[in-house]
Ligand binder design. Structure first.
Ligand SMILES: NC(=O)c1ccc[n+]([C@@H]2O[C@H](COP(=O)([O-])OP(=O)(O)OC[C@H]3O[C@@H](n4cnc5c(N)ncnc54)[C@H](OP(=O)(O)O)[C@@H]3O)[C@@H](O)[C@H]2O)c1
Length: 271
């Protein structure tokens, strides 16, 4: 019998390409998104259904999970993927912007995970895969709030795996480097004149890394590996400079690593 994956944020980028990858491999796919019209192109796959799900709306989460189980009989893998980046000068960010970043990237993941757990426990199997980021284990300038959401996810999932093992529920974090998706266009960039001298150039330097970044297909393949390797491995680095940067962070003293990041991202900035 075919397995079933429910994906959040499947309208574009990594989520969409993962939906296509799994559908083409014969899995049943519940491609969930805030605006279902964006999923029209996915409906050519007979084993893929599109459902409305906003990770900040608990009713839509329950409805999408129920609809997926009605359509396919079960859910084997939850792929928590929806997210976006709030980027810039922390001092210039409003409470509303910071709260929305956490509501989407952290509480959104907790919301969906909480609703699916009774289903996984009842059948004594399941898997939660999350798109965290290399930015869940290392940091760059201007991403302080985004990083804090992804670091929160890394800690949340690293701990959660313990209590879920007894129910045969696996937890896996996918940690992409820079990937060419809609992510860079969806960035909420914040600055003020007091910070512009720094933020504008540093933001440009960060965005330059996307020019040579791979597409989301490399991440889709890593999600496929995580879903099928039959291990309790937690972390999967993938894409662009992500794996090498994570290795260097592990190898080098933090002060050296910070200098290396600064020499790249702060290039051209004069104090
Ligand atoms: N691209 C990168 O370089 C990179 C690197 C590391 C990690 N990531 C992470 O990868 C994940 C996917 O991002 P992406 O690169 O594929 O970017 P993307 O193309 O912008 O996709 C983001 C997806 O999240 C959805 N989304 C945002 N807020 C949502 C909400 N409240 N409820 C449901 N869906 C919501 C978007 O839906 P709409 O179409 O409705 O806006 C979209 O489908 C994110 O968690 C991101 O942080 C990306």
């Amino acid at each position: 019998m075919s397995k079933t994956i429910l994906i959040t944020g499947a309208s574009t980028g990594i989520g969409k390409l993962t939906a296509i990858y799994f559908a083409e491999k014969g899995w049943n796919v519940s491609a969930t998104m805030r605006t279902t019209e964006k999923g029209r192109g996915l409906l050519k796959y007979s084993n893929l259904k599109v459902f409305a799900l906003d990770v900040m709306d608990e009713t839509s989460i329950s409805q999408a999970i129920d609809a997926t189980i009605s359509a396919f009989g079960t859910i084997d893998v939850l792929f928590n993927n929806a997210g976006y980046g709030l980027v810039g000068a922390f001092e210039a960010m409003s409470q509303v912007q910071i709260k929305k970043q956490f509501d989407t990237n952290v509480f959104g993941v907790m919301n969906v995970t909480k609703v699916i757990l009774p289903h996984f426990r009842a059948k004594k199997s399941g898997m939660i895969i999350n798109t965290t980021s290399m930015g869940g284990l290392i940091t760059f300038p201007l991403y302080s709030v985004y990083h804090s959401t992804k670091w929160a996810l890394e800690g949340f999932m690293e701990s959660l795996q313990f209590e879920l093992k007894q129910f045969n529920i696996k937890v896996k974090n996918i940690e992409p480097g820079a990937i060419k998706t809609e992510f860079e266009n969806a960035i909420d960039f914040v600055s003020t004149k007091d910070y512009d001298n720094y933020t504008i150039q540093a933001h440009k330097n960060m965005l330059d890394t996307y020019k040579t970044a791979p597409t989301g297909e490399v991440v889709a393949k890593k999600v496929w590996q995580a879903a099928n390797d039959n291990t309790y491995r937690l972390r999967y680095a993938v894409g662009g400079q992500g794996p090498i940067l994570l290795f260097m962070r592990w190898l080098l003293p933090l002060s050296w690593f910070t200098k290396m990041v600064s020499s790249q991202v702060e290039k051209g900035i004069k104090y």
